[in-house]
Design a protein around this ligand. Structure first.
Ligand code: HEC
Ligand code: HEC
Ligand code: HEC
Ligand code: HEC
Ligand code: HEC
Length: 428
């Protein structure tokens, strides 16, 4: 072959590879499309007997449910500063809206066609029904309850001023799966899609053995009138607490600390074992957004608070994002699974007043990601992005055994919720 021809063929090949890389390998979004969320929920009209679809108007009669929903992250999934920053990073691509503002009435454009299922190639046109105020309501009442002018719900016998229809899915995990089951795309190598809580939960212990569904823990049961002047019924609070709520995270995590020496003396080598148990979540912890992780931290401090030694371990999933999406490892805890973390310290000859601090923290994202979102993508607000879920101090002296047994008690208490605060999700 002649040299110019070789060069020509060579550069054509490089060109093709670059093209394939950017169109087929380097993804525009980190997940694949599933039919359910490839499209917005079709345009909804106002049910007969009502004057508006807006949450606030439902709240005229369903006051408590409205107030609960308003405090939930579902009501803020669009204005949520973390969403806004990441959305900006992803060039405000339309597909995010299908879960964060899922109704067609809430979206600025209509997606007519998605050639080869590729989101960046979607054919869009302006949506004449777009209501920007409604968009701010994010995962609003109608996203779950309204279809074809009818209000769907869990009852077979409601007497409402609007049309209603019984839908058994409200008492199963099915209502949650549309948005909490995000799959991976072609050439993306995840075990479970990025926000795939639903598939982590399917068939797992809490469901099989105890009949728990998502609502059992995320929508606590309560007996009350569900509308003004209605009879008392078994209802569920529309709270959906999760990773942004330290109390909710504490309910998932049981912690125990032990040491191999009951009262260490100067010169001893003492080993601590901290056990983390997923005692209260029906899915892995952490779950959902792959940014989430826990850290298990030990440190040795002297009387002045000077740190003499420290160790940090992480629990989460680690994903290589570039040049391809490959999950490197996932060491999250399945329901009721536990893991031990060890820390060994050699006490010096002068060990007066030394203490060991053990701490477990939950992170919404890493410090580095947080800084990147602030400096490059306009992250606003002071929402905390990490918090302590367990912290204790243990003296490296005669008092150690007593301090350890006190810490065990509180860990045992924090392991209670599975049986008490979350009732099994049975109907009625
Ligand atoms: C004028 C008052 C009023 C307004 C406004 C109203 N509702 Fe209702 N709704 C009721 C009453 C009353 C019931 C029946 C309660 C019962 O039987 O215990 C009801 C029942 C329901 C149910 C249960 C249906 C079933 O059969 O399972 C749902 C869900 C519901 N409403 C959602 C909504 C939503 C969403 C909106 C706003 C788009 C809304 N409602 C607006 C009064 C109202
Ligand atoms: C229409 C889509 C949609 C449906 C249906 C849906 N969710 Fe969500 N959910 C979201 C989105 C989007 C977020 C994230 C919002 C954010 O953080 O900006 C979310 C967040 C959450 C969180 C996390 C809260 C936190 O503090 O981090 C929990 C818990 C949750 N949903 C539970 C449920 C349960 C239980 C169901 C079923 C009853 C359900 N969701 C149905 C879209 C949905
Ligand atoms: C993410 C989905 C979702 C959203 C958003 C949502 N609901 Fe519900 N709603 C449910 C589920 C699930 C149930 C069934 C709870 C049960 O088993 O009793 C329910 C039940 C109800 C009921 C019947 C009473 C009860 O508690 O069972 C009413 C009334 C209701 N919702 C009104 C509303 C109103 C009003 C809003 C907005 C302010 C709203 N819902 C937002 C999922 C949702
Ligand atoms: C046995 C109780 C239980 C069940 C069942 C359960 N969860 Fe959770 N869930 C928790 C607890 C506790 C947390 C807080 C710990 C955490 O964030 O890792 C949590 C956290 C979450 C989060 C927050 C993740 C984030 O990124 O902040 C989401 C989303 C969620 N659950 C969705 C679901 C869905 C969807 C289902 C049903 C498929 C479900 N959960 C079933 C207890 C439960
Ligand atoms: C299939 C539904 C779905 C789609 C599509 C989707 N999300 Fe989400 N998103 C969720 C759910 C559910 C959560 C909530 C909890 C979790 O699993 O962590 C979430 C959580 C988030 C969070 C964490 C918010 C917080 O407060 O910590 C960010 C950021 C986010 N999504 C950004 C995006 C962006 C950007 C896109 C588009 C590229 C997108 N999402 C597309 C369902 C979706």
């Amino acid at each position: 072959m002649k040299t110019p021809l070789k060069i020509l063929l060579g550069s054509a090949l490089v060109g093709l590879l670059v093209y394939l890389y950017y169109t087929e390998v380097k993804p525009v979004v980190i997940f694949g499309l599933r039919d359910e969320y490839a499209h917005a929920i079709p345009f909804q009209k106002i049910p007969e007997g009502l004057t508006s679809l807006k949450a606030e108007s439902c709240g005229q009669c369903h006051r408590e449910i409205y107030d609960e929903w308003k405090t939930s992250i579902h009501a803020h999934a669009y204005e949520d500063p973390f969403f806004q920053a990441y959305w900006k990073k992803d060039k405000n691509i339309w597909v995010c809206l299908n879960c964060h503002t899922p109704l067609e009435n809430q979206q600025p454009t209509l997606v007519k066609e998605i050639p080869r299922g590729r989101v960046e190639k979607a054919v869009q046109e302006p949506n004449p029904h777009y209501d920007p105020e409604y968009q701010k309501e994010s995962v609003t009442c109608a996203a779950c309850h309204v279809r074809d002018g009818v209000i769907y719900g869990p009852f077979e016998d409601s007497a409402a001023p609007h049309p209603t229809k019984f839908d058994p899915n409200f008492r199963t995990a099915q209502v949650c799966q549309r948005c909490h089951n995000v799959v991976s795309g072609p050439a993306q190598f995840y075990n479970v899609g990025p926000c795939g809580t639903y598939s982590e939960y399917e068939g797992k212990f809490f469901m099989q053995e105890r009949g728990f569904i998502c609502q059992s823990c995320h929508m606590p049961a309560i007996d009350r009138p569900v509308a003004t002047n209605s009879p008392i019924r078994r209802s569920r609070q529309h709270l959906w607490r999760g990773g942004h709520d330290p109390d909710m995270v504490k309910r998932a995590v049981g912690v125990q600390v032990k040491a191999d020496i009951a009262s260490p003396k100067p010169g001893d080598r003492v080993s601590f074992t901290l056990t983390v148990i997923n005692a209260g979540a029906g899915h892995k912890i952490p779950t959902g957004d792959p940014d989430r992780f826990f850290t298990v931290e030990f440190s040795v401090e002297d009387r002045q608070g000077k740190v003499l030694d420290q160790q940090t371990s992480t629990m989460g999933r680690w994903i290589m994002w570039q040049p391809a999406i490959v999950e490197l490892y996932d060491n999250r805890l399945l329901p009721l699974a536990s893991r031990e973390y060890q820390f060994t310290y050699q006490l010096p000859a002068q060990a007066d007043g030394l203490k060991v601090k053990a701490r477990v923290q939950y992170h919404i994202l890493t410090d580095k990601q947080h800084e990147m979102l602030q400096t490059q993508y306009g992250l606003t607000g002071n929402d905390p992005y990490r918090f302590v879920v367990y912290e204790r101090e243990f003296p490296l002296s005669g008092g150690l055994a007593a301090a350890l047994s006190a810490s065990e008690q509180s860990a045992a208490m924090s392991r209670q919720p599975e049986g008490t605060s979350c009732k099994a999700g049975t109907a009625g």
